[in-house]
Design a protein around this ligand. Structure first.
Ligand code: NAG
Ligand code: NAG
Ligand code: NAG
Ligand code: NAG
Ligand code: FE2
Length: 612
């Protein structure tokens, strides 16, 4: 009996760990590129066409790669390299022992030679259609045998290149430090010595003006470890941010990105538009989408295994479909799962471009952005693949005082969002804890009744089996210490988390107790915070515990996102939608007047004087 129980337990632990490992793995990390050898075969060939991409000015395009190999096998694969001269990459000394490896740079994507070429292992001939995006450098395609673990370089293709590899691309909007400021961040290949970056913008149909942009980049030396410092390193180009100020509430603006070259000519992006944010407290319909853990996927099917990442495309496509009814997006951590393979950040910003160029795309920091041993992250794991937060903090603007401490507050009409950074210490006495209390306490609820707390890891309540197996808990150990009192005291309507890749909603809960039953309609005074997990953005799903805790009101093991709609000062609608069909699978409404938020419930009222 005891033996059986032990076996069952061991089985659960193994399954649990395997699930976690696969869910977080970067497909490129399966390639042991540093073990690659050359075994050029004269009669083998790889040919890519067209050789010039983006002829219509677009930043993504398709190539056809044709190849032949006299001794084909099912584990042959094609790696896409950029820059094309990948074998000339200088190996970093920290990366090898006595002899430098032959190759020191990972491909930016890969696909098996027999993908859609069922006959390849017999005929030795194949053809792949691959999508490339403008990533500042040219590309080449290499045929390898020996699988991913012992790659042998057989043949290399011609080069292909975008017409203007340096073109400004992938604009992403974010709210500025004040409500009437929008920031535009984008990527280009133009250094400030070559060209002056700026944004041309103005009211739609009105006069357009110019605003300057600041420029940032980062180097291999600011990466904390491998693979970001070694095989995963790729030059990020230049990241520009412009601050569009004194916007008129709700006004429609158009903008395009520009670079003025030294000879006076201009390079332009295409034209985009956005709607300025409402005045804080303004009474109008305001819709904010929140999710975590989306990752990226390739529409051509490359970099794929386990088949889970395609779900990030369901989410992206669903959001694009309903973009007309979305005012802002908050992606609460675990953004691209680049995990130290920096080429993936361009690809992620390209995937979200239709969304991020149109509505503010606010981010939170997750373990896959930040964690690295000895780098000051609260958790000493290696989940960021050596990035230790630097690419995230550079590629995305957040209205934080210090972008390396990724906590901030942002207002959107009747909403106040307080976004915490779970990868840095949040406990009482820390700088972050002070910020959280300040953010929660400094909002006038008669004007901004909807107060939302957000963080990546579950600082509240989760019945995911991951917490059960890894920590024997219902959320991050110490997660609620000191915070739960703040949520209750300041009457936080919702606490929203990611990290667990599924959906779950609790009853209004305080100190492990349902202060009232879960419901689809809450009317009257605030009793306790509702906790929601929306980590099903696209990365592989996380299973739940077998038993449902009494406080867990709704669980869904699927990909999805949440949408908050402030209808007015007295009605908030919460919806959970599946990514695959955009339909609502859980929802609730909070309906209350201002006086209801002033009323007292457990532990959430200031002491009153006894004086008469
Ligand atoms: C070729 O691939 C097919 C399907 O993947 C497999 O069934 C077959 O055994 C392979 N043939 C050889 C010669 O490897
Ligand atoms: C991260 O740590 C895990 C477990 O210790 C290990 O298997 C993996 O190879 C490490 N990854 C990197 C990139 O160092
Ligand atoms: C809070 O609890 C009180 C007392 O049970 C109830 O009247 C009220 O409707 C509850 N508030 C909400 C928002 O449901
Ligand atoms: C707020 O919106 C709800 C739902 O549309 C509506 O029933 C209610 O009357 C509105 N309240 C006010 C004060 O406008
Ligand atoms: Fe996470």
């Amino acid at each position: 009996m005891a033996a059986i129980r032990w076996v069952v337990l061991a089985y659960i632990v193994v399954i649990g760990c395997a699930t976690i490992a696969r869910g977080d793995e970067q497909p490129l990390s399966r390639i042991a590129i540093e073990r690659a050898t050359v075994a050029a075969v004269d009669s083998a060939s790889v040919k890519a066409q067209p050789t010039v991409l983006g002829l219509k000015g677009q930043s993504s395009d398709w190539v056809v790669v044709e190849f032949s190999h006299p001794k084909p096998s099912n584990d042959d694969w094609i790696g896409v390299f950029s820059p094309s001269r990948f074998s000339s990459e200088i190996c970093q000394p920290e990366y090898y022992g006595d002899l430098p490896p032959y190759l020191c740079t990972s491909p930016i994507k890969f696909q098996y030679a027999n993908f859609n070429n069922a006959d390849y292992n017999r005929s030795g001939k194949g053809l792949l259609r691959l999508q490339l995006i403008n990533q500042r450098e040219d590309f080449s395609f290499a045929l390898f045998s020996g699988g991913l673990s012992a790659p042998k370089l057989i043949a290399i293709s011609n080069k292909v290149s975008f017409q203007n590899p340096k073109a400004p691309v992938y604009p992403r909007l974010a709210q500025g430090k004040s409500w009437n400021e929008m920031t535009v961040t984008w990527t280009s290949g133009y250094s400030i010595k070559e060209a002056i970056p700026f944004v041309e913008w103005g009211h739609k149909g009105g006069n357009q003006m110019l605003s300057p942009a600041g420029t940032l980049t980062f180097s291999r030396n600011s990466m904390c470890g491998s693979p970001a410092r070694t095989v995963g390193w790729r030059d990020p180009g230049y990241i520009h941010t412009s601050f569009l100020k004194e916007l008129w509430p709700d006004s429609l603006y158009t903008y395009r990105l520009g670079h003025r070259l030294l000879d006076g000519t201009h390079i332009w992006s295409k034209s985009y538009s956005f709607r300025a944010s409402p005045y804080p407290g303004q009474d109008s319909v305001q819709r904010v989408v929140i999710f975590g853990d989306m990752g990226k996927a390739e529409i051509d099917g490359s970099d794929e295994y386990g088949n889970y990442e395609q779900a990030s495309l369901y989410t992206t496509n669903q959001l694009i479909k309903e973009l007309d009814s979305i005012d802002m997006v908050i992606h609460i951590g675990d953004l691209s799962y680049a995990n130290g393979y920096l080429s993936q950040w361009d690809q992620f910003t390209q995937q979200i471009e239709p969304i991020a160029s149109t509505v503010p795309y606010m981010i939170g920091s997750g373990n896959h952005e930040r964690d690295w041993p000895g780098s000051g992250s609260f958790y000493g794991h290696n989940d960021s693949g050596g990035e230790c937060g630097v690419p995230t903090q550079t590629m995305f603007y957040v209205p934080a005082e210090n972008r390396a401490k990724l906590w901030y507050s942002t207002d959107y009409g009747m909403f106040r969002f307080c976004i915490a950074d779970t990868e840095q210490d949040w406990r009482p006495g820390t700088e972050q804890y002070k910020f959280i209390e300040q953010c929660l306490s400094s909002v006038d609820r008669s004007k901004q009744p909807w107060l939302i707390f957000l963080a990546h890891r579950v600082l509240g309540y989760s019945s995911a089996s991951w917490y059960e197996i890894m920590m024997g808990s219902y959320g991050e150990p110490m997660g609620r210490d000191g915070l739960e009192e703040l949520w209750q005291k300041y009457k936080v309507d919702l606490a929203v988390f990611g990290h667990i890749h599924s959906y779950e909603r609790t009853c209004p809960i305080y100190q492990n107790r349902c202060v009232q039953d879960g419901s689809n309609l809450y009317t009257g005074q605030f009793n306790a915070t509702t906790h929601v997990i929306v980590g099903g953005g696209g990365a592989m799903l996380s299973p739940f515990r077998a038993t449902v805790p009494y406080w867990s009101f709704f669980r869904d093991y699927d990909f999805g996102f949440s949408k908050l709609t402030a209808l007015n000062h007295s009605t908030l609608l919460f919806e959970y939608k599946k990514s695959r069909d955009g339909k609502v699978y859980d929802h609730f409404t909070i309906s209350r007047d201002y006086r209801d938020i002033m009323a007292c419930s457990i532990d959430n009222c200031p002491r009153t004087t006894l004086a008469v």
